[in-house]
Design a protein around this ligand. Sequence first.
Ligand code: GUN
Length: 291
Amino acid sequence: MTILDGKKISNDIKDEIAEEVKKMKLNGEKAPHLAAVIVGNDGASLTYVGSKVRACERVGFESTLVQLPNTCSEVELMDTIDELNANDDIDGFIIQLPLPPQINTEKVLLAVDPKKDVDGFHPMNFGKMALDMSTFIPATPFGILELFDRYGVETKGKHTVVIGRSHIVGRPMSILMGRKGFPGNSTVTLTHSHTKNISEITRQADIIITALGVPKFLKADMVKEGVVVIDVGITRVPDSTKTKGYYITGDVDFETVSKKASYITPVPGGVGPMTIAMLLKNTLLARDMHS
Ligand code: GUN
């Protein structure tokens, strides 16, 4: 069994990006600039955005954090987006999700200039991705593809089962795994809350990508020997014995499933750090597009 070490690979990627940024600066070019917008003070979202800003510093990017109150109106957020779209100094930006209920997420994502949409959430970029056109691929799916690539995990002709159809992970992942080329060329089954007999389907899977948010959902009796397991779940489970008051766990019962797996991602230290590295990569792409 091989651990797909997202922490290590993401550090390698960040080193590679830092090297490129160093060269850019030596050539007198401007460093890439990423902005992140966060609305409200959800603990997990603040942690993610904080990690994104720190990652920018680590590779030599410029970063801007825009913090808006939980009570922020849709119009205020739209004004912020207009400013970021118009600001030539900013190469790409993200709106951290989820947004509070008074704000229409669909409307907000449509307002982002597709050329600055480093999350790849704009319908134009999502459509381009589905049509094999060059575009921003959402950071978490992009990170999973990168893990397959760097570890040489074969995906061609394999049966990939995706659990969860979220717009951020499950849905794009199901499209990407079925695309022509590597990583891709898989036969894909997209499962969700209305799927019947999910264990029967997961037991036929060569590759399982789970993005559900249900701690330890995937058990050893649901997988076959040699399966490749990608765990995208990150759930905070309350635990008073921990200093933070919680511990982090994935969708996979790692202890038992890892005994049957050929490759598996840990939580934490698997897909999570890859997401941040690939957001930086997309920002670098955005910078190249604008220059
Ligand atoms: N919320 C959970 N994952 C993500 C992500 O990749 N990007 C943004 N913007 N929000 C998220």
